[in-house]
Design a protein. Structure first.
Length: 87
């Protein structure tokens, strides 16, 4: 999600900055969407290949809901201005 946030934020985020920050709303939304798709894709790939066996049988809707919530939380944490996480 972080790389996608950078690309989208630089392209579309000039006029929609978060107040008092150098991060854009467009970049944050891109981070959220990219993270959600990455979480679902990786989990489904691991399950298909046998690398991961979930003890709880999640429906597709439940998996997407959980991934969306996790993606939202990680996007919100990315806004916390604590040092540089890109070193």
């Amino acid at each position: 999600g972080d790389g996608l946030a950078d690309l989208v934020g630089r392209r579309y985020g000039k006029s929609n900055q978060w107040p008092g920050m150098d991060k854009s709303v467009a970049g944050s939304v891109a981070f959220w969407i990219g993270s959600t798709f990455a979480i679902v894709g990786i989990l489904q790939w691991f399950q298909y290949s046998g690398c991961l066996s979930l003890e709880v049988d999640l429906s597709t809707e439940d998996l997407w809901l959980r991934a969306t919530l996790i993606g939202f939380v990680t996007a919100a944490l990315e806004l916390v201005p604590v040092g540089d996480d890109n070193y």
